[in-house]
Write a new protein. Structure first.
Length: 276
């Protein structure tokens, strides 16, 4: 059974809990709803989904079933690339709200700067949703520094976060620096590199030192970098193990050892990505 840890133990970044539940590929409706409910009742207060995950209905069911007030949950979703024309943003954002069963979102992301994305057209629609109070924060995802600069320039509402793949094998230093320059939070998806961090000797040694799991060490490393991690997990054991990472405190020697890992891996690399 997972140790009971007060949700307030989880650090926050501008009001956003720095550990969330990712739901990518969690597309079995019953399992998805159950994992969201389990995470919330374990202590998580940050849930991340997307239109493209085809699970917003199930995420909403999990939120409704959990014994946690909606006001205490930081809920984020993302607009898919084919829906990024101005009017489509407005229409499909409302559809996402309906599927999730909520009146507003804490964070709405541009999923990728691709396909129908046009900085001025797309982000003007996001600003309208922000002004209407349907979204609390505007986010972007998979943006490189140059796309980030353009978004900051054209968006009337502040850009709150940039969600990118980030883990010890892809530390994204340039993007973190750019986000820091613009006072934008960094949210890291695939923070366990789809399990590859488990095989790193440096992380294994640090895990043993702290009597922690390799996952917990990797998530604690992200937190030390000021990154909000959203690991995907479906089973109660993994959900609980990731949650307990909020109690793991790494020292400078640990951080330096992880930073020195000489292996790079990008797990998400579609042809339309801005770095391709």
């Amino acid at each position: 059974m997972t140790e009971q840890i007060d949700p307030e133990t989880c650090p926050t970044a501008n009001g956003m809990p720095m550990l969330g539940l990712g739901t990518w590929q969690n597309d079995d409706p019953e399992q998805c709803a159950e994992s969201v409910q389990t995470a919330l009742e374990t202590g998580y207060r940050h849930i991340d989904t997307a239109q493209a995950y085809d699970n917003e209905d199930a995420v909403g069911e999990g939120i409704a079933a959990a014994d946690v007030d909606r006001d205490d949950i930081f809920l984020a979703t993302k607009i898919w690339t084919s829906n990024l024309a101005h009017d489509d943003v407005l229409e499909t954002a409302r559809a996402s709200l309906d599927r999730l069963g909520v009146d507003s979102l804490d964070l709405l992301y541009v999923h990728w700067p691709a396909d129908e994305y046009d900085a001025e057209e797309t982000l003007s629609a996001f600003s309208e949703l922000y002004d209407e109070g349907l979204i609390e924060n505007v986010g972007v995802s998979n943006f490189q520094p140059e796309q980030l600069e353009e978004a900051v320039d054209v968006c009337d509402a502040p850009i709150f976060a940039n969600q990118v793949e980030l883990h010890p094998l892809l530390p994204q230093e340039e993007i973190r620096e750019a986000c820091d320059d613009y006072d934008i939070e960094v949210v890291g998806y695939s923070p366990l590199a789809r399990g590859q961090v488990f095989d790193q000797p440096e992380i294994q040694e640090i895990a043993e030192k702290h009597d922690a799991s390799e996952a917990q060490v990797s998530l604690a490393w992200a937190r030390e970098k000021g990154v909000t991690a959203i690991p995907k997990a479906t089973g109660e054991d993994h959900i609980g193990d990731n949650w307990e990472s909020v109690t793991v405190e790494l020292d400078r020697e640990d951080i330096n050892a992880i930073d020195a890992i000489d292996e790079t891996s990008r797990e998400v690399d579609p042809g339309f990505a801005p770095w391709n």
